[in-house]
Design a protein around this ligand. Sequence first.
Ligand code: 0X9
Ligand code: ZN
Length: 764
Amino acid sequence: MLLRSLIAAVLVALFAPFGAWAQGEGVPGEPVRYDGQKVVRVEPRTARQLTATVNLATTIWSERVGLGPIEVMVTPDALEALRGLGLEPVVLVEDVQALIDAERAEIERRRTLRDLTWFENYRTNAEYLAYYNGLAAEFPATASLSTIGQSLQNRPIVALRVTGTGGQSPKPQLVFNGCQHAREWVSPMTVTFIADQLLRQYGVDPRVTDLMDRFEFLIVPIVNPDGYEYSWNTDRMWRKNRRQNSGGTWGVDLNRNWDINWGGEGSSGSGSSDTYRGTAPFSEPETQVVRDFVLAQPHGRAHIDFHSYSQLILYPWGFTSATPPEPDNTYFVQMGAGMAAAIKAVHNKTYVPQHAIELYAASGIMSDWTYTAGLYGFTIELRPASGNPGFLLPPEEIIPTGQENFAAILTLAESIRDLPASISLPEGVPSYVEADAPATLSVRVDPGGGVVVAGTESVWTRITSGGFTQAALTPTGGKAYEATLPAVACGRTVEFYFTAELSDGSTLTYPSDGENDPFSVEAQQVVFADDFDADRGWTVGAPGDDAPRGIWGRMAPEQTTSGGQIVQPGWVVVGQNCFVTDGRAGSGAGSWDVDEGKTTLLSPVFDLSDATDPVVSYWRWYSNHAGNGPYSDVFVVDVSDDGGTTWTNLETVGPAGAEVEGGWYFVQHALSGVVEPTAQVRLRFVASDYDPQSLVEACIDGFSVLSSCPRRPGDYNGDTVVDTLDFLAFLNDWVAGNPKADWNGDTKIDTLDFLAFLNDWTLG
Ligand code: 0X9
Ligand code: ZN
């Protein structure tokens, strides 16, 4: 499966520049026609078949593009060509133009009907604007309409703010939008239906009333008005905006124009492609306008970007198989399942919740961006389930689609409402801080279903006994903040805790006992520290290295398992990367593990000539327990004091024992007595596999070399703190004539010793 999606991803990246799948420009003034074109489902099984299919297609209709079933629109000739390739296309729509004509005829017929309600027909840009103005006029207490910006062709992009008159203020906010993609007409209908129901059910349905009083709903029905207009007037199958690109091509896919992994897999650099990403992140006014609108909302909690078709509920990420950090991933999975169940309960339709990447990779998408901005970002693909009728959903399905998705957003709002607020340290509590330097910590302040009072997010710190000092956390986007801990002398500890005020008057404190049980971290003399997120001089390879696979590399490892056991971890301890014996997962645990030899990782050279009692520490992962022939290899860590000419063993892990079965272990080794503290100290990590049957993986992260703190002269009693006790202890010895009190070393104990000590003690 992984291999399959990998191949598919490579393929999409490969042919994307050729832009085979977008429709060109129509004759000016004349609608683009699709006479005789068909929507077919094919199942390319090889890369070659997939490339051929994509090249033959007029446009891709389906969600996914890759090996396995895909839905494409083709000319009759292309259909024959597909058959010729042995692809056995299944025709879903015989004549797309006939379907388009029938849709238009039905829309026109409905226009003539007297009692037709607004949601029983598709509506033009102008009709949407009129309807939204009408809602704002009809519900002045609960709705307000604003123009949040203009499209490329200067059409207004509007947003409706909907909220109850009761409840606390400010309120957490939920954002829904439709129509990033022009041809997906049911999407603006659905968000408008949601807005309409919220307004009409307020004060009528207690569930809606409660949620309206708790939340503010922000609805942007049409993100892409130019494309929408164009899909009505010229090309029913238009997807992108109406940017004139270089080379005579048109349109940027707005849902590839956001800045999260912009330009990455599942987006095209070719202006003719339907997934053309534009010239830069946010190159398009439409994405800029909606970005700025969302950023201007201080309490955004969740967002749904509505699309069609396929009946799916997608959550981050769209571009990587990594899942969002906890607890977010669990929330996404729960909310996705909750919305799917709510939808199912209305008209028995199945919408499948999943990680967006599982569908296919897409880079630069909106819901990944809103997630990064601190909202739970979803993409919902509306009705129908398949390519017939695909984008051409009959108007009688607008209301049922609206109803089931109204149920979904109520469920979403309730689950957001019930989320707990919390403060946490996403990277954990550091094991030390560097002496004499301020330290920066990442902090997450999650308001849950509540609202954090802006500016109250604080870190409280203390270096000596006494009161704590409060400082504001620095917001770095969404729920992310940074805390600065003050510089501390070597050997001293800094104590800290965090607080934030919620708008309901309560205070979040972390750890929960605050100043009575704060975090406490000691300052250390750091000779070298490495989270392996940047190149800090490690090298791979030593004479005699003979493993053909599983060579050390600095990367984010991908998880592998064998027989239900984790062989290689899919996570690191600090930062994003570690050193790992080839972090790729490949098609199985045995693809990139160490094989048939050894591989060596060498540290840079450390100058320990000024260090006192140096200690090296690191997190290590070692696994030789899975596969056939387990427990037959070892992991060796050596240290050298002559730059690597001779080596002394520091530790050997395995072949058996608790720490050979995976798991990140923190280990520390004092180097005193092992090697001389020269200017030429270095370490090597050697992973090997001489039993071809076994699986071997090793990783190293969070490496450091620390030096003990130099004893401060004024610290007479050696408790690392210079205080009154030191003074009293000295005084005692001085009065008693204890030789220890001969501070200046002149063999006499006199006033000069007293003054010399006083001087050191005063300096600290
Ligand atoms: O491709 C898109 O932009 C969306 N699908 S659509 O058919 N409406 O164009 C969905 C993007 C969801 N994200 C990923 N699949 N990664
Ligand atoms: Zn779409």
